[in-house]
Design a protein around this ligand. Structure first.
Ligand code: APR
Ligand code: PHB
Length: 389
């Protein structure tokens, strides 16, 4: 088999890239280790930057998102004794869109299938060969059959645990990591959201977040020790803890109900450099991870896809390889800013087990500064709605 671009990984990054390439007449094949149902069972954040929304529109996959997603013009920050609002539209002219990542992925699969795009599911033992030459190829097995696809380029969109990053030799690859000493316990419940906007709450007992998917589906999180197990948290224990961490006014009107999903996620910041090795490009979680505070995971994957899509377009349509040569540098420049913002929001709002009295005072002063200072609010709003590509 032969194609122009082999895309390893059928998560949102890989699917969005394949759909954009298709719009420009560039052929690709997506290789996914799991089944479609498995990929669609993963629950992730639900905040889309305008840049991501625009890419979905450009890919022709925005119909349901435009109909069902809703814009948020700001967000609430709650700390001891103070709740204040960051007004995105006032400070940047741009809202964010609330639309679940699972729905994004579902729409991308539907579009891919409608267009007759090639996706090979349940691939095993994917190996990327000769990425440093002009003739790379990818081998794998599926249904017990060994396969080989020759291609011009390989896009590594296979997430943190994929093979693409590990294809880059260790003497070339540099990794940067910070593991946080806590996780997020999240639940999804078929209850109306407690507020029209998200509430990021910092409290002595730890961080909490009130989020949503739509008017009758809510997503809530509480910071928890990494040693906690989901089984140890009854729904009642979750709701009780959430109420202790959010402002009284919100706790009083919170509508609780049975959880339909409950899970614990660890928090990590991670970046690998470079994001390109010969004809192999890394995109999304394959190259970087952010802690979920600020919802930058999918949005940072989107800027990689934007840069790579344009680089490949310039190569095939305009015979220019400048974008290809500059992919890693361009992508990383934006990635590091998203890493900084996610790290800052995490540090600002969480309770750290080894926090000194001084650290706590700094955190309180940082929150007070944000509450009282328009320039700080503007800086936060600019980062939250997404820095330019
Ligand atoms: N071969 C083929 N597919 C693989 C392999 C492999 N060796 N390893 C992993 N995959 C698949 C996974 O099964 C998964 O479906 O690659 C896909 C990667 O998808 P994600 O982990 O979702 O990563 P990405 O598409 O970059 O999405 C960006 O934004 O909010 C964040 O972490 C969140 O998923 C999210 C991400
Ligand atoms: C979510 O809705 O799951 C969500 C929203 C905002 C975040 C993180 C997660 O910062």
């Amino acid at each position: 088999m032969r194609t122009q671009v082999v895309i390893v990984g059928g998560g949102p990054s890989g699917l969005l890239l394949s759909q954009l390439l298709l719009k420009s007449g560039i052929e690709s094949i997506v290789l996914e280790r799991k089944t479609k149902d498995y990929v669609l069972s993963r629950i992730r954040a639900g905040i889309l930057e305008q840049g991501f929304v625009n890419l979905m529109r450009e890919a022709g996959v925005s119909e349901r998102m435009d109909a069902e997603g809703f814009n948020h013009d700001g967000t609430l920050i709650a700390a001891e004794n103070a709740t204040f609002r960051i007004d995105f539209v006032k400070h940047t002219g741009t809202p964010v869109m609330v639309y679940g990542q699972t729905e994004v992925t579902r729409d991308l699969y539907a579009a891919r299938e409608a267009a007759g795009g090639k996706i090979v599911y349940e691939t095993e033992n994917v190996i990327i060969h000769d990425a440093k030459t002009d003739a790379p190829y990818v081998t794998f097995t599926t249904g017990g059959q060994a396969q080989r696809i020759d291609c011009d380029y390989v896009a590594g969109c296979d997430g943190f645990h994929g093979v693409s990053r590990r294809t880059i030799p260790t003497d070339v690859r540099r990794e940067y990591e910070k593991v946080y000493p806590f996780g997020w316990l999240g639940i999804l419940s078929e209850t109306p959201p407690v507020d029209d906007e998200l509430i990021y709450a910092s409290s002595e007992r730890g961080f909490a977040l009130c989020s949503m998917r739509n008017a009758s589906l809510s997503r809530y999180y509480v910071q928890c020790p990494l040693t906690d197990k989901v089984e140890d948290w009854s729904d009642q224990a979750f709701w009780d803890e959430l109420k202790r961490r959010i402002p009284d006014e919100a706790a009083d009107k919170l509508i609780t109900g049975p959880s339909i999903e409950k899970s614990i996620a660890p928090l990590r910041s991670f970046v690998t450099e470079p994001m390109q090795w010969g004809r192999l490009f890394l995109c999304g979680d394959a190259a970087h991870i952010v802690p979920p505070t600020g919802a930058k995971g999918l949005n940072t994957a989107a800027s990689d896809i934007h840069y790579l899509y344009h680089a490949l377009r310039d190569h095939y349509l305009d015979k220019s390889d400048e974008g290809i040569a500059r992919y890693s540098a361009k992508a990383l420049a934006r990635v590091w800013k998203a890493e900084r913002f996610s790290w800052w929001m995490t540090t600002l709002l969480h309770h750290f087990p080894d926090q000194t009295e001084f650290d706590l005072k700094m955190q309180q002063a940082d929150i007070a500064f944000l509450r009282d200072n328009e320039a700080a609010q503007k800086a936060m709003a600019e980062n939250y709605v997404g820095l330019p590509y």
